[in-house]
Design a protein around this ligand. Structure first.
Ligand code: C5P
Length: 411
């Protein structure tokens, strides 16, 4: 799945640099090419030679060698990769990234890249909890930087707390989440049972609704159900019990979830009500705003008189707003979607407030983006305190990352 992809791996200065070789081995085993870059501080912990040998490519270390600049093309280096991984990401590297400082090779590459960046922070627990690091972290999240770890545990310095770098296998999992643009694969039951969402119930709505005009005709929209289906699969792969309430979508519903098929918005509302209670609800369906009030029980006939049928409309229930505003039975986390064609963040932020949901996943579906009906998505996650612009990625990758954020929020 990741075969043929390339990761630019920046190794910062910290004892966790010792785990870089294991990460390189895992990447190479998965068929991923690795361009290693070592910071000056990183070189105190591990040699460029070790990284070069394992990666099978020269490890870059020095920016200020003008003669080599022409050969290597550092900017190019940062753009040839599919993903930039910083492991370990020290407090210092995070600060540089957050402010856009570029005074060495690693920070210059991070400023020059137009590719998604994933960091695996590693530092002393006090440095991690320092307001400056937390501020930088919030900034990086807002910039769409992806994260793996840090873990809790004993530190090299003897203290205990948050700040240990995630294990190479976990970083690899996060990389797979991102680079694995291929179809989501259902994980085996045993693996799922131990996932972070095990024991949680999540309702996902997906697809369009069909609003009948008569027994053979209906009003619909172009939603394919692809993003909602991917989200249901990703949640299930993290161990959640998923109630998947779907309108008549183009893509088949996933295995491993409870599928509840509906046609109309009214039926979708009822199905959601029946599926409650839930820990979280993700409303990805494109629910019709109106239904035909004077739908006919019999096929409307063209009787030759030249008289045209007149449709009257009535408003459908807003399922997202209804779930968001439930009292006692409200899921702890309610996520809505907003497809916009302009002023995406402003409109989606207003929608979040209006509907009363916790998060809105907003995307720009203006025709120029090619997102509608495509395999990629470019979303902004709007929460109570910020708008995070995620890099453009496959719909499956969006689903995996959203699912892991949901797991974090419910933890
Ligand atoms: O208001 P708008 O349709 O743009 O909002 C989109 C969000 O609201 C989506 O999450 C969609 O699933 C949800 N929605 C709903 N019921 C409706 C209309 C929209 O749940 N009747």
């Amino acid at each position: 799945m990741m075969n043929g992809r390339r990761v630019l791996l920046i190794v910062g200065g910290g004892i966790a640099a010792a785990k870089a070789p294991a990460l390189i081995r895992l990447l190479r085993k998965a068929g991923v090419a690795v361009s290693p870059v070592l910071t000056r501080a990183g070189a105190e912990f591990i040699t460029p030679m070790t990284l070069s040998v394992l990666a099978g490519e020269a490890c870059q270390t020095d920016l200020f060698d003008a003669s080599r600049e022409a050969e290597i093309g550092h900017i190019q280096l940062s753009r040839n990769a599919d993903l930039v991984v910083v492991a370990p990401a020290t407090a210092d590297l995070m600060a540089k990234m957050a402010t856009g400082a570029a005074d060495d090779l690693a920070s210059t590459l991070l400023l020059a890249t137009d590719k998604p960046v994933l960091i695996a922070p590693a530092m002393n627990v006090r440095m991690w909890h320092h307001p400056a690091t937390q501020r930088n972290l919030a900034m990086l999240r807002r910039d769409g930087v992806l994260m793996a770890g840090p873990d809790d545990g004993e530190m090299a310095c003897g203290e205990f707390g948050t700040g240990r770098m995630a294990e190479p296998e976990a970083i690899m999992g996060a990389i797979r989440d991102h680079l694995g643009d291929g179809p989501l694969k259902l994980l085996p039951e045993a693996k799922v049972a131990a996932g972070p969402l095990a024991g949680r119930h999540v309702i996902v709505t997906s697809g369009p609704t069909h609003e009948p005009i008569d027994p053979v005709r209906y009003i619909a929209n172009r939603s394919s159900g692809a993003q909602g289906t991917a989200i249901a699969m990703a949640l299930r792969d993290l161990g959640a019990k998923v109630s998947f309430v779907t309108g008549p979508a183009d893509v088949p519903p996933p295995d491993g979830v409870e599928v509840i098929r509906v046609e109309t918005a009214m039926q979708m509302r009822e199905a959601v009500e029946t599926a409650l209670p839930a820990d979280a609800a993700v409303m990805a369906a494109a629910v019709a705003d109106w239904r035909v009030a004077n739908a006919s029980g019999q096929k409307i006939k063209k009787d030759g008189s030249g008289q045209l049928p007149v449709l009257e409309f009535t408003e459908n229930p807003d399922i997202l707003a209804w779930v968001s505003q439930l009292g006692a039975g409200r899921p702890r986390l309610v996520v809505g979607f907003a497809a916009e064609t302009h002023d995406v963040i402003a409109h989606a932020t207003a929608k979040r407030a209006r509907k009363g949901c916790d998060w809105i996943v907003a995307n720009d579906v203006s025709p120029a983006t090619g997102i509608m009906g495509g395999t990629e998505n470019s979303v902004t996650l709007i929460t109570a305190d910020e708008a995070e612009e995620w890099p453009r990625m496959g719909k499956d990758a969006v689903a995996r990352i959203l699912a892991s954020r949901i797991a974090e929020a419910l933890a």
